[in-house]
Design a binder for this molecule. Structure first.
Ligand code: ADP
Length: 466
């Protein structure tokens, strides 16, 4: 239980963000402090070098004006007036010491001279830093020629430099922990704020998983990214709910459309068992049953075709299809039916052949469905006109009729499976033709749009890739 909590905490985004925030904050603050420290230390050493250089210049003038004795006297005055650890040492260029004055006391009785680097005859002026065992600070030493055959060595301790360094060290040690705690608190607060919406989305997802599909994420106050996530989540839920509703309708419709023919088939079968009819009557009943079964098989096959077309699987081959021939063949097929119903079928095709991409056999089903509807939902003396042409890189086929039209409220639903508008119920049909037509058009990379005016007619336009 406890180890699971630890594991969960390790995987928690808030926790990780907090750690990252605190880590980055502390590291960058420490880096800044380090940079500041190094710059200060560098500046202190540079100031020390400047001071030592000035001393050398001063002693050069004193030697020139008052000679060696004046230099020796001034060395004493200088050391006495210094508060910091310092020394002055006068030598000949071949290394013989003439005078040494210092306020540095080495505990173990060692001689300071033993640690000062020997004079290099060939170099006029040289800085070195020396470390002395048992002496707490390093020494910065400048050796320089101040006159003919004379060298002065001046040294200052790193006391001030070391004091500053120790302040920085203490500051670093004292600051790290409070800085980490403070930045972790800020990080935690920011992470919680940023991820607050995610928790709400997860909560709603749980409720939906429990079966409440009406739930939606409503964020009171949120950041743009979380709002986008919530909107996408809500849009997905709307879509799922619409799909569930659609599926329920389809199931209801299937149940309804299956029940009547099955009841009829059953009734006829019952009659053959109990009735005493002539062989001719039995033959008629068998023929009716065959027809009912054919209709049912037709319905199931069409539903399977729609599903296959929508899923992009099945017998779909993309090929270049000659549209003029396709339209003319479909019209030829329906010409007798149209004539029988007193409806004129006309085509308006350009002289040059038109081509589109798609499955020829499926496109033929699409066109015949539209023409069949144009004839079926028409009035005697009406017309169906089929036009084809290229528009903005698309091949458009228009099927326009002068029939009963479709009410505005029905228009968005006529492509739904099994949907039939009320005025059409007297005509035979399953309500699957347009669903199949739309699925075929979409499978080919195109679409169908419809416009209609009640009692004036409808116009279906299929657009297909060329
Ligand atoms: P079916 O024709 O078998 O009923 P469809 O899917 O082809 O199924 O059409 C669905 C519904 O759309 C039809 O029942 C009808 O109400 C309406 N519809 C389709 N085409 C037309 C049309 N050209 N004119 C008027 N109504 C139409």
């Amino acid at each position: 239980m406890f180890s699971k909590r630890i594991r969960d905490l390790g995987r928690s985004l808030s926790f990780r963000l907090t750690l990252w925030y605190a880590g980055v904050f502390v590291c960058s603050t420490l880096l800044l402090l380090f940079l500041f420290y190094y710059y200060t230390a560098f500046q202190i050493i540079e100031d020390m070098d400047d001071d030592l250089g000035e001393e050398l210049t001063e002693f050069t003038s004193i030697l020139a004006e008052g000679g060696v004795e004046a230099v020796k006297g001034y060395m004493v005055i200088e050391v006495d007036s210094e508060v910091e650890d310092t020394f002055f040492r006068l030598l000949t260029t071949d290394g013989r010491e003439l005078k040494m004055v210092s306020n540095i006391s080495l505990e173990t009785g060692q001689l300071l001279q033993a640690h000062i680097p020997p004079v290099n005859k060939n170099i006029d002026k040289a800085f070195v830093t020396v470390e002395i065992p048992d002496y707490p600070h390093r020494l910065r030493v400048l050796s320089g020629v101040i006159g003919k055959g004379l060298v002065l060595q001046v040294g200052d301790s790193f006391l001030y430099h070391d004091q500053v360094a120790s302040i920085f060290k203490r500051l670093l040690l004292l600051a790290v922990f409070p800085l980490f705690v403070l930045s972790a608190l800020i990080g935690w607060f920011l992470a919680r704020q940023a991820l607050a919406g995610v928790g709400e989305v997860a909560l709603i997802a749980d409720k939906i998983a429990a079966g409440d599909y009406n739930q939606r994420v409503r964020l009171k106050k949120s950041h743009l990214e979380i709002q986008i996530l919530a909107d996408a989540f809500n849009a997905m839920l709307d879509r799922i709910q619409a799909l569930i509703k659609g599926m329920k309708e389809v199931t209801d419709n299937i149940a309804h459309d299956l029940r009547s023919p099955l009841a009829r088939i059953r009734g006829k079968a019952e009659m053959t068992i109990v009735g005493d009819r002539s062989p001719a009557d039995y033959r008629d009943m068998a023929a009716d049953t065959v027809e009912e079964c054919d209709n049912l098989i037709d319905m199931i096959n069409t539903m399977l075709d729609i599903t296959e077309a929508e899923a992009g699987v099945g017998h779909f081959e993309m090929e270049t299809v000659a549209v003029n021939a396709l339209v003319l063949a479909a019209c030829e097929l329906f010409e007798p039916i149209a004539r029988e119903k007193g409806i004129t079928l006309t085509t308006d095709l350009p002289g040059a052949p038109l081509f589109c991409q798609g499955d020829r056999h499926q496109l033929q089903r699409l066109i015949t469905n539209l023409i069949e509807n144009g004839i079926k939902y028409n009035r005697p003396g009406g017309s169906v006109r089929i036009r084809a042409g290229a528009k903005e890189g698309w091949l458009c086929i228009e099927v326009a009729d002068t029939g009963q039209g479709i009410a505005e409220a029905d228009l968005p639903r006529i492509f739904d499976r099994f949907y039939r508008c009320d005025p059409s119920r007297s005509e035979p049909g399953l309500g699957l033709g347009l669903s199949l037509a739309q699925a075929i058009a979409r499978a080919a990379g195109g679409d169908i749009v419809v416009s209609s005016v009640v009692n004036e007619g409808s116009r279906f336009i299929v657009s297909l890739p060329m």
